[in-house]
Design a protein around this ligand. Sequence first.
Ligand SMILES: *Cc1c(COP(=O)(O)O)cnc(C)c1O
Length: 358
Amino acid sequence: MRWIDLRSDTVTRPTEAMRHAMAEAVVGDDVYEEDPTVRRLEERTADLLEKEAGLFVASGTMGNLTALLTHAHRGDEIIVGHLAHTFLYEVGGSAGLGGIHAAVCQNDSEGTIPLETIADAIRDPLDVHAPITRVICLENTHNRCGGVVLSPAYVAAVARLARHKDIAVHLDGARLFNASRALGMPPTRWSEAADSVMVCLSKGLGAPVGSVLCGTREFVRAARRVRKMLGGGMRQVGILAAAGLYALDHHIERLDEDHANARLLAEGIAAIPSLSSPQAQPSPTSWTNLVYVAIDPDAVRHGAPDAALLSARLRERGVLASPIGKTGRELRMVTHLDVTTADVEQALIALRSAVEGT
Ligand SMILES: *Cc1c(COP(=O)(O)O)cnc(C)c1O
């Protein structure tokens, strides 16, 4: 049986053509900076984001951590949203490994932190009692806020605030290319305002492994040492970088299909009694490939399945979706390279039947 796997866009498997590109990759020892395929990927990504240099890392988590450890040191502070991936899902790495303190600010539903909140959180560098604010972290698209796109104007406004105080802006752009396709704007519209940007090749772009961290040449030189310290100096890793290059060449424009499928899915969900989806509502900017399913609490009190039961029933029907959060009333469904429009239609039939228990 073939699963319709909507748990995440990380579940894609490399296509035949991508595997072919990997097999053909010219490689060398990348710790010696002698892997031509890795160098090409780093330059290509940096060019796309109009940054001076890039660094290939094993994961988005390693990319964000490497950035934070490069910008900030023990006892320094970062400003991060309470729904940020970096705060929720990266094992507290910047504190655990870097001794970096976090000022956690409330995200609003648009994935932003209000500018006044950020301004309030910035410490007075002359106050002997306070840690020094070094970095403001933003995320685009914002995963836990429904895959919403941050507006370029917002990112620019945060950067103006930061620059004025000599604070870096780090952009977790795990799905920056989704944002770019959704608004029909180049990724530079967001990257130009950030000092460092991390993009994932292993999410919607469909590569098996890898992220690229970009910034100034000086930043990337320092980040390269940090990556080595984290055990992330890899050797003939051009085999993986080749998959990333293939993804940048062939899998960016097709993100539009994922967005169209996600819209179809969200609208279908909204038409099922007791279910709703924020992604079926208008967004301030745009939604992308993440669809959240909200189960009406009243319906659950009257016997409708909660998130755990609903996902179990979906599994029996060949569809995988992730329960999210602690309320027991939220599921996440993600469209990607291995999900067709027919799969979405099939998933909606399964969802309806799972709700009704038929
Ligand atoms: C997935 C993700 C990451 C981390 O990437 P991994 O490769 O899974 O470590 C970081 N930020 C966001 C927003 C993500 O969705």
